[in-house]
Design a binder for this molecule. Structure first.
Ligand SMILES: O=C(O)C1=C[C@@H](OP(=O)(O)O)[C@@H](O)[C@H](O)C1
Ligand SMILES: C=C(OP(=O)(O)O)C(=O)O
Length: 401
């Protein structure tokens, strides 16, 4: 088994972190670009495997779209293949074939797409046989499983002959990602309205444009966490905007409570340590990818906190709630469901002299536990798992001295 060892370091001097580009923004603009036949100028696309997979599949157009473990690539390309009337097999890793897609498939079928399940009903692999005629322009869709189904439908909506009206049913999770999709569509000339729970996208054309992808706020979160956990240090994170399209910019307000001060300067953010104000509870419904970062931070710095809005974590790269419980326990922290859907983080009471972290094929399990190096020696199993979103992560960790 491939492993990586980090020695303990609890002080470091000022360090600039270049940060990767956002894979969420990249994968959206790539789909929009494919729908406008590549007439845009896209800058700073992500090096993330999820984005490189999207680029490769769109460029080579193979009969089988194997998305590996990229959720957005699976969901966005299923809708794209349907609307562009292509015959495609959609598949991915064994875990991808356990991640539900039935809500998106039902919506696409209602609009007129022909899609068959090749194995298990509701899950990839799928056979997409295009969309010959639009049979409906009003679709009701659950909002509580994955926002990616909604983003996938929104991006194809303007090119459907009759546009699309989406009525979101029940609780809507990851809403910030839906807002990102709508804002990006607007950047490419497409207007929509969102009133109460209905989003309406009339038929219209995308307008080719220039677009520069921002750095990745989810990737930035691990650096905030590192600073929260260390005794002394300063960081500058490059390429981040205060008014971001990414909901994970919420890490600024969370870490303000956990001892990290942010100042936006020169196209990035300067991080310094400040007194811990305390965080008693946080709802991760709209920023689920931050939950692991914050759980590990609280466990290390001794902050007992209640976590809610974690429902979608069970169907991501791994069951992230289970994975957190297992790995936090290795340094005597607990993550207990104290009431239905309320998880209480009880911090570490005693730090072992060495911890080996299992990464569960989940990039965020590796990156979220990196700040543990401020308290003990850490060994990561399968360190390359970070390639999904942040291939240069360990190289950047090496900048910390
Ligand atoms: O649309 C996107 O780019 C994403 C949406 C979120 O997924 P869910 O909508 O499934 O929560 C998030 O967890 C994922 O990393 C990226
Ligand atoms: C959940 C994630 O990605 P996806 O759903 O796109 O695989 C993630 O990057 O944390």
């Amino acid at each position: 088994m491939n492993t990586l060892k980090l020695s303990q370091i609890n002080k470091f001097s000022f360090t600039r972190i270049p940060l990767p580009s956002s894979k969420s923004e990249s994968n959206r603009v790539l789909v929009i670009d494919a729908l406008t036949k590549g007439e845009n100028q896209l800058f700073n696309l992500a090096e993330a495997r999820d984005t490189q997979t999207m680029i490769r599949l769109l460029e080579t157009n193979p009969p089988i779209y194997d998305v590996l473990d990229a959720g957005t690539t699976m969901r966005f390309l299923t809708a794209y293949a349907a609307v562009t009337n292509q015959h495609k097999v959609m598949t991915g890793t064994p875990r991808m074939c356990e991640r539900p897609i039935g809500i998106l498939v039902d919506a696409l079928r209602e609009i007129g797409a022909e899609i068959h399940y090749m194995n298990n009903e509701g899950y990839p692999p799928l056979a997409v046989h295009g969309l010959k005629e639009q049979t409906s322009n009003k679709v009701k869709i659950r909002g509580d499983v994955s926002s990616q189904y909604i983003s996938a439908l929104l991006m194809i909506a303007p090119v459907l002959p009759n546009g699309l009206e989406l009525e979101l049913l029940g609780k809507v999770g990851s809403k910030t990602y839906i807002e990102m999709t709508i804002e990006l569509m607007k950047e490419f000339g497409v207007n929509s309205t969102w009133e109460k729970n209905t989003i309406n996208v009339p038929h219209q054309s995308y307008i080719p444009t220039e677009f520069h992808v921002e750095s990745d706020w989810s990737g930035a979160s691990y650096w905030f966490s590192l600073l929260a956990c260390v005794d002394e240090g300063e960081l500058y994170l490059e390429g981040l905007k205060e008014n971001s399209l990414q909901g994970d910019a919420a890490i600024v307000e969370i870490m303000d409570k956990l001892g990290v001060k942010s100042q936006f300067k020169d196209g990035g953010v300067y991080l310094t340590k400040q007194k811990v104000k305390g965080l008693n509870a946080y709802d991760f419904t709209h920023c689920p990818d931050l939950a692991q970062t914050v759980a590990v931070t609280c466990a290390i710095i001794g902050q007992k906190t209640n976590f809610t809005g974690l429902e979608s974590l069970r169907i991501k790269e791994t069951d992230r709630v289970f994975a957190l419980q297992q790995e936090l326990a290795k340094f005597n922290a607990r993550f207990e469901e104290t009431e239905p859907e309320i998880f209480t983080l009880i911090p570490s009471v005693e730090m072992p002299s060495k911890v080996q972290i299992h990464t569960y094929d989940d990039h965020r399990m590796a990156m979220a536990f990196m700040p543990l190096m401020t308290k003990t020696e850490v060994i990561f199993e399968d360190p390359e798992v970070v390639n999904k979103s942040y291939p240069s992560f360990w190289k950047h960790v090496g900048l910390i001295k």
